[in-house]
Design a binder for this molecule. Sequence first.
Ligand code: GLA
Ligand code: ZN
Length: 679
Amino acid sequence: MNGRKFPKIMYGGDYNPEQFPREIWDEDMRLFRLAGIDIATLNVFSWALNQPDEETYRFDWLDEIMNKLHENGIRVCLGTSTAAHPAWMAHKYPDVLTVGYDGRQRKFGRRHNSCPNSPTFRRYAGLMARKLAERYKDHPALLLWHVNNEIGIRCYCGNCEKAFREWLKKRYGALEELNRAWYTRFWGHTFYDWEEIVLPSGLSEGLSGGNSDQTAFQGITLDYYRFNSDSWLECYLIESSAIKEIIPDAVVTTNFQGNGTYKPLDYFKWAAHLDIVALDIYPENHTPESYMAMRYDLMRGLKDGAPFMLMEQSPGVINWKPVNPLKRPGVMRLRSYQAVARGAESVMFFQLRRSLGAYEKFHGAVIDHAGHEHTRVFRECAELGGELRHLGDLLPDSRVTSKVGILFDWDNWWAVELGGGPSAHLKYLDQVQKYYDAFYENGIQVDFIHVGTDLASYDLVVAPVLYMVKPGFAGKLERFVRGGGTFVTTFYSGIANESDLVTPGGYPGELRRLLGIWVEEIDALFPEQKNAIVMKGKLGQLQGSYDCGLICEVVHLEGAEALAEFGKEFYRGRPALTRHRFGKGQAWYAATDPSRDFMRQWIKGLCEDKGISPTLAAPPGVEAVCREKDGIRCQFILNHTDHPQKIDIGEREQRDLLTGALLSGEAELPPKGILILQA
Ligand code: GLA
Ligand code: ZN
């Protein structure tokens, strides 16, 4: 592949031909062509097939299928097959087996089953990647590489423990530094030798049940989480560098799991090492559209706005929930375009042909057990395949731009939820989603940013629950606001530093000057409990009283003004929403968790103040997003509802790229309908 740009929105998915006899393969090719499929991910779980014992490698099946795909014009996303180790390896080298949080070593079984610090796993995974690269470096079907699969299990074995100590030595240099960062004088934990340090498992710092977040020492667990993410990144790099030694311009990736918000891996840190970000997403029928939208925007944000791959979604059902309803007609197509609208360069499925046995035999696939093309799911897949072919090279490498940046930070996520805080119901993702939703409901495009992002191109920066303030970040925010930017943050912010040590002198610590407030106390409300945000006057369309809950803080003004106050409790009349004019800009603070209604109006007002407007005035349930490149702007309009929707697309004629029709003025979108307008 030349560069990183795909020739079109690539269409296909995971293909496991090794599970089927050869006769089926030719039929698969016919069906793939019929469905407009042009990419297949191969070799994801075939380590045991490729390497029957320690010395033997055999790739004849892979040669054959790669050639066949090539003959049929289908490109290959080549897995490295290291996502499940062979049984012989576990038998001979038990160090590949992981140890759980409960301290028990697992036996051979399942997949995603290797310890990231197992010398055996690292050696053989690297070797496999090299052998594959040597063999297929000139293969014309090869488009990109897929390392391992849904990486990220946590392991608590002896090798991980040893590696953890080495990781800590690098981070802290001296034990005194570590003792300081971990606050080890608490509960008599002072360490005098690196060898005394053990992993924070259920056998050591774990407080209750199997939840590793419930820890006696947040600092230790936080470092373990960082270490585990880094250990896996090292494994990824072992494979990807083995490939790149042979094929310097190889495009290498791995598929991100947990719908992109997978807690154990710091995907921002990872993305820097990937050539393109790739996402697996498995929403349920009732999953709100903004849930997916947020994850797509986050995937785009991981590499500062670069497009990403939709590596896996189900064309139909999933099989791993207690109840697995069918994806309704039109939904797969609509959701695929939602991903494309927000930056996806591929639409790919798990899986192309349905397995006949074992765990995933009832997971949706393009080709069902019936084995032919006369199914609803196949027909829907083929229609979409035809459309994506028709769209050609217009979309790849186009960008979604925004004046709003929402901060997302894995370290902060970990720290917020590492037990001992005001409420176990306070979840970082919920808060980020809530702020995201307020923009989504107003039709405003946002970017996800990290603490290293240059804020110069943003007018509005939002950092929900910025509990952990990393070195230099408070100063960066001050410069941003001083220069005219608007900054928004919430309760439980500015509390701690990178080591989860509280910043003394009053909350919100390092953000106190910028926000112009001092938070004296933090009250937690039970889920059914509410307080009220009472507006002190009219703020945009906000007036009167709104529900709030979860957290209510007791705030003193130190330069900020209160725009709303609490309606109940002993802190009734104290600030609930504050604004601090700072330099040319403003810093806002929500001292509680407001109702959605409040959020929508508040964020709308903030955007209007900054001249940030939606790409289209769309009714609820209709999503509008723009992708642009070379001055060409494609506007996606997606009707997520089950009713026809009318929208006003303006006076100017625009071409609908799907039908070729020229449209202007009022247009009607059928239920689940899509327009892609080129202006
Ligand atoms: C994940 C995996 C796939 C498959 C699907 C099923 O995304 O990567 O191998 O198991 O889940 O939904
Ligand atoms: Zn381990």
